[in-house]
Ligand binder design. Sequence first.
Ligand code: HEM
Length: 511
Amino acid sequence: MASELPLYLLLLAALLAAPLFFLFATKCARTPRGGARPLRLPPGPWALPVIGHLHHLAGALPHRAMRDLARRHGPLMMLRFGEVPVVVASSPAAAREVMRTHDAAFASRPMGPMSRLWFQGADGILFAPYGDAWRQLRRVCTQELLSARRVQAFRPVREDELRRLLRAVAAASAAGRPVNLTETISTYIADSTVRAIIGSRRLKDRDAYLQMLKGLFGIMPGMSLPDLFPSSRLAMLVSRAPARIQAYRRRMRQIMDGIIQEHRERAAAAGDGDDEEDFVDVLLRLQKEVDSQFPLTTENIKTVMLDIFGASTETSATTLDWAMAELLRNPGAMEKAQREVREALAVAGHDTVTEDSLGDLHYLRFVVKETLRLHPPATMLVPRQCQSPCQVLGFDVPAGITVLVNAWAVGRDPDHWDDPERFLPERFERSMKDFKGADFEFIPFGAGRRICPGMTFGLAHIELALAALLFHFDWALPGGVAAEELDMTEAFGIATPRRYDLLVVATSRAL
Ligand code: HEM
């Protein structure tokens, strides 16, 4: 979840940060003070002064470049991005040690200068350091916002937004033009999520909020110069990131203040009620109720509003997009998935997909699993930080180091998956492997204390829409393009989308 940094910037960084190199080299000396045994740090490739290993990432997507490096240097590597030392875990065994054996030690998130500027003490949940404040918000998420009961309560919203999605596809189909499925899927997920967070489509600031959130991904703290060289004042001075973050933050807070105010006024007028609460209603209610050492501040509420949108929309939309792309590329799997959903609805006597119809769709769930194995949206999960020194695969991992887990490489590990590059949903007919955090060869949602709390919410959107798209339409690639020619190249992005939008010809099925 970091933004791309062009190579010329890295070279500039090298010039700017030269004095820091010596400081860093001293900090990372392999022999600890006090005559203790020398540290046995994980191995890594050759490094350049100042920029460290960043040049190894140039020209390839980070998860691919790091998988290739791991093939040469092993499942636990130590790299350096600018000034920042990073340990990368690339096998199920390494992932297990990070997220199970030493889960508590690795349960924190690193916080660079841009993140500090962005959050200003109201850390939210997604990027929050491990501690009581995170624990409290995490509880709010799992027990209130993203509980099975709450996800169920948003079912009418999902089904309403699904109807809009199906109408958009049907309109393109009737006009005889291809539909941009990437865009329509993205609108479905974003609209449904925003309705869950802030409620009604009629809300005054809704469009401004949605626009602002869509721009958020371009500005979120990432691999900026100050993050790569946190001790350099010069990096802070020459980078445009701090000014952009502050301006964006100001505008965003204004919009969110308006939304919160509107919710407060509505609650005061109507009295609190549980039935149609959106996330902001719930958070404002808890703000009054929660009696804790860490009260839920309005700033916390704003960060949670952003975290949830940021963590949920791109991940869910990209998964659905990849699932449709894989099915188009694998007509046998498409046919099997369509047959399953169509037969199940025929038996139930339904002519439209609702969440009640999803119960017996086993193959559809295998399709989603296989999509998440091959295309985990957070390819490197969300960065962790080591809080206390520990040993992983026999190597020392010092406190303070950033830890990345290459979930993408783990899902394609040939020691754990047969024919790992092929899209084969059937593999899950024979295997009980699941993504709920117990099987470390399959970790698209992470594992341990920081495992994704939005799994149920995300899957509810994905499964419903996938079933409906397969039920109502037959699909083909435009211009007679053969299935195997569909370009499956990945792009750099917050959730590793396909490089090209998915343009498809949909034919409405006569019912
Ligand atoms: C296909 C959909 C999704 C995928 C693949 C996904 C994946 C992930 C991953 C890999 C993490 C980091 C886990 C770790 O560090 O071990 C995460 C964290 C998180 N996700 Fe998801 N996610 C998805 C959907 C959602 C949805 C729909 C929501 C909310 C509605 C959500 C909310 C969060 C939050 C709040 C965190 C931070 C948890 C923490 O740091 O304690 N995610 N997600």
